[in-house]
Design a protein around this ligand. Structure first.
Ligand SMILES: [Zn+2]
Ligand SMILES: [Zn+2]
Length: 742
């Protein structure tokens, strides 16, 4: 409507843990119960079904994405591009493979990124345990006695007098018997527990830092499926939780637990299944993102963020990261990592870009033998890529990458990146780091961040809370345009909006009103509505046209600044009040037969102008109803309202008419109230109306006597000058005194 050729692609991010988990639930299997190719097929099928459903809802909602540009990340044509971006970043040294501790979900048996760890408050027990021999012991408090087997050192604070003599000594770990050294480090909190802590590989991120700092050995006590891997047959193979119970019982039996305390813990859990995450070290692929923090922060500051506070989300997140982004996953339904290895010397073998897409899980290596050592035994990578590796290049792919044509330069960086507040630290962050690494620029110019939809109970909508509403149900009950109004008017951009059926009802009512006004206008028009601005317009006509100009300005500005609620409220208020309550009531008499034809023409022109302008302004929010109303006006040549030009306000605004027209309408409203206060119906005739007002207003009313008389159905009118100050304290209708003589 504003004359821009908008590129609005629609893609489906298919891969990932949620899909796999849903397939496992739907078919009541675990991923390893069936051959992996069959599992992938099940994932693809289920994903396609969900896409079909979502697409249908989107179409019902009137979302105007360009379906010719539709893509799915699970299609080989797409994951070929993900693989290409991997090879390019590998070439430029942004990627590396290494064995580093990473967050790990033992239930889903995969590495997860820091962005996928959700911290939850849980109650836990702090166990005070005796380490060492009776003559040289040290007491240590920990919530995770099952990690005793992985204890590699004991740390105390250097200033802690209690332990000064212990530093440098060797202490035996209870049950498992390994000898550990006592070290001192500033990071120990002497007030936590006993002030002495065990360093395990790995209990948390501090352990990871200490292990590196003091070159401590790594004992892998927890397996990838979260079980204890120790020689001791009493504990071997137990899940962490069971192992903890058994180890505590064993310690208690030996009098090695001196005290227990319950405490609130902040536990890192898997975003998908809420299982507490472990920190596990195994070879993984990483992207060097830690080095990019300053760049991310600098770029974030150069972009437009709506609302502005969302920018800080990205900055805080980037600055909080202390590990590189782990991009490999131990899953199945994902983009394969395009890499083979030499089983002898470990050399990485990379396919040619033209050979993509590849699946090293089943495709043979592109080289017959290792170029370094000549070994013919080459193994394809079985790990796959994090889903965010697919979705963090969307902005470039939308612009046609890897074809960096003129069109690409026009479409990249994207003008607008719209997404929810919850994925600023994932989608927006990963898009940023990948784009900086691949293209040296941010992938977007403006970020439009929406809040989340909350259930009617004020909590986030969640299946397990039972507080969710399916979009289709809302559309069926109230209509797509009512649902869209709720979304637009629900709150300021960036803030959460609760779902309220009442809001949808109100939206529906508004559309009914708009439709009724349209029908009234059409019913009172004998000939096709005039499109030519008449030369003679009454005050009230000029007031309406002037107010319409103001509305256009206000709504245009609101849309430009993404304040959808402001835009919609202005349109709805104008339609209900200015058009229906004020103008229509004041001009009804002019539409009756036998009236002045010039008057009739002017009225019809104004009504048509008002309703069409309202519809154009409303078209982005209510595309269906605005189109339906638009088609009621047969003289329109254009096919669709969505092809109409956006209304442009005149350069000069008739301020005097807006002011004086408002005065006249206030007077009429005031007189109507007086009429009904006297027990008279609005349609009943009255003999006389006496109006007193300030001198400067008298001439305005005098010029519009005809309108006053006809609207109020009065035979005669007396206009009197109000003595100065006599209207004090009579708000809101100050300025008038009206007397009705029946
Ligand atoms: Zn999980
Ligand atoms: Zn080799």
């Amino acid at each position: 409507m504003k004359g821009f050729n908008v590129h609005f692609p629609q893609g489906w991010d298919c891969h990932g843990l949620p899909t796999e988990v849903r397939v496992e639930q739907t078919f009541k299997i675990r991923k390893n119960d069936v051959p992996s190719e069959q599992f992938v097929e099940m994932c693809r099928k289920l994903t396609a079904e969900y896409i079909a459903k979502m697409k249908q809802s989107m179409n019902l909602l009137g979302i105007s994405s360009d379906w010719a540009l539709e893509y799915k990340t699970m299609e080989p044509s797409y994951y070929k591009l993900t693989q290409l971006s991997f090879l390019k970043l590998h070439k430029t040294g942004h990627l590396y493979r290494g064995e580093h501790p990473v967050n790990w979900c033992p239930r889903d048996e995969t590495a997860i990124a820091e962005a996928e760890v959700v911290y939850q408050e849980r109650r836990g027990t702090l166990y005070y345990m005796k380490f060492g021999e009776p003559n040289q012991s040290i007491e240590i408090a920990s919530t995770r006695p099952e990690l005793l087997a992985a204890c590699v050192a004991i740390a105390v604070h250097p200033e802690d007098g209690k332990y000064k003599v212990m530093v440098g000594k060797t202490v035996t770990v209870p049950i498992f018997g390994q000898k550990t050294r006592v070290i001192s480090d500033d990071e120990v909190d002497p007030r936590y527990g006993t002030g002495a802590v065990m360093i395990c590989t790995f209990g948390d991120k501090t352990d990871v830092r200490w292990q590196k700092k003091y070159h401590l050995p790594v004992i892998k006590a927890i397996t990838e499926d979260g079980r204890l891997s120790v020689e001791d047959p009493r504990f071997k193979g137990l899940k962490a939780e069971e192992a903890r119970k058994k180890i505590v019982a064993e310690l208690q039996a030996n009098g090695l637990i001196t005290k227990t305390e319950t405490m609130q813990q902040n536990i890192g859990t898997c975003w998908r299944c809420q299982t507490p995450v472990e920190i596990i070290s195994r070879p993984q692929w990483f992207m060097k993102t830690r080095d990019m923090t300053q760049k991310v922060v600098d770029w974030a500051g150069k972009l437009d963020w709506v609302p502005p506070f969302s920018k800080q989300r990205l900055i805080d997140w980037a600055e909080s990261l202390d590990w590189d982004w782990v991009i490999s996953r131990q899953r199945i339904f994902a983009t394969p990592i395009p890499i083979w290895y030499c089983t002898k010397c470990g050399r990485v073998i990379i396919p040619e870009e033209s050979k993509l897409p590849v699946d090293p899980r089943k495709d043979p290596s592109p080289e017959e033998k290792c170029p370094d050592c000549g070994n013919r035994e080459l193994r394809g990578e079985t790990d796959v890529l994090d889903t965010w590796m697919d979705s963090s290049i969307t902005a470039a792919i939308h612009a046609g990458w890897p074809n960096e044509s003129d069109l690409f330069k026009q479409l990249f960086p994207a003008d607008l990146q719209p997404n929810g507040l919850d994925i600023v630290r994932t989608w927006d962050y990963y898009l940023m780091v990948r784009s900086l690494a691949l293209f040296g620029t941010a992938p977007y110019k403006t970020l439009l961040i929406n809040g989340m939809v909350k259930g009617t109970d004020g909590r986030m909508m969640h299946k397990s809370y039972g507080n969710y509403v399916v979009a289709d149900e809302a559309i069926k009950k109230a209509g797509a345009d009512a649902l869209r109004q709720w979304a637009a008017a629900g709150g300021s951009t960036g803030y959460d909006i609760p779902f309220r059926w009442n809001d949808l009802e109100y939206g529906k009512k508004f559309l009914t009103k708009l439709w009724n006004v349209t029908r009234f206008i059409l019913a009172n028009t004998t000939e096709s509505l005039s499109q030519q601005k008449p030369s003679r317009l009454s005050l009230i006509d000029r007031w309406l046209l002037g107010s319409l100009q103001n509305l256009t300005k206000e709504v245009s500005l609101a849309f430009e600044t993404f304040q959808f609620n402001t835009a919609l409220e202005a349109i709805r208020n104008f339609t209900w009040h200015a058009l229906a309550d004020d103008y229509l009531e004041a001009v009804k008499h002019r539409l009756q037969s036998g009236r002045d034809p010039a008057d009739l023409k002017a009225t019809q022109y104004c009504l048509r102008e008002a309703i069409l302008t309202i519809c154009k302004l409303l078209a982005p929010i209510c595309p269906h109803m605005s189109e339906a109303v638009y088609h009621q006006f047969p003289s329109e040549a254009t096919k669709s309202i969505h092809q109409e030009s956006w209304p442009k306000p005149d350069k000069t605004l008739d301020e005097a008419s807006i002011r004086n027209g408002k005065l006249l309408l206030d007077l009429i409203a005031h007189a109507r109230r007086e009429k009904s206060a006297k027990g008279l119906s609005l349609g009943s005739n009255i003999k006389r109306i006496v109006i007193s007002t300030e001198a400067e207003h008298l001439h305005i009313l005098k010029e519009n006597e005809e309108t006053i008389l006809r609207t109020l159905k009065a035979d005669t009118i007396d206009l009197e000058r109000l003595p100065p100050n006599s209207n004090q304290g009579k708000e809101p209708s100050a300025g008038f005194k009206v007397e009705i003589v029946a």
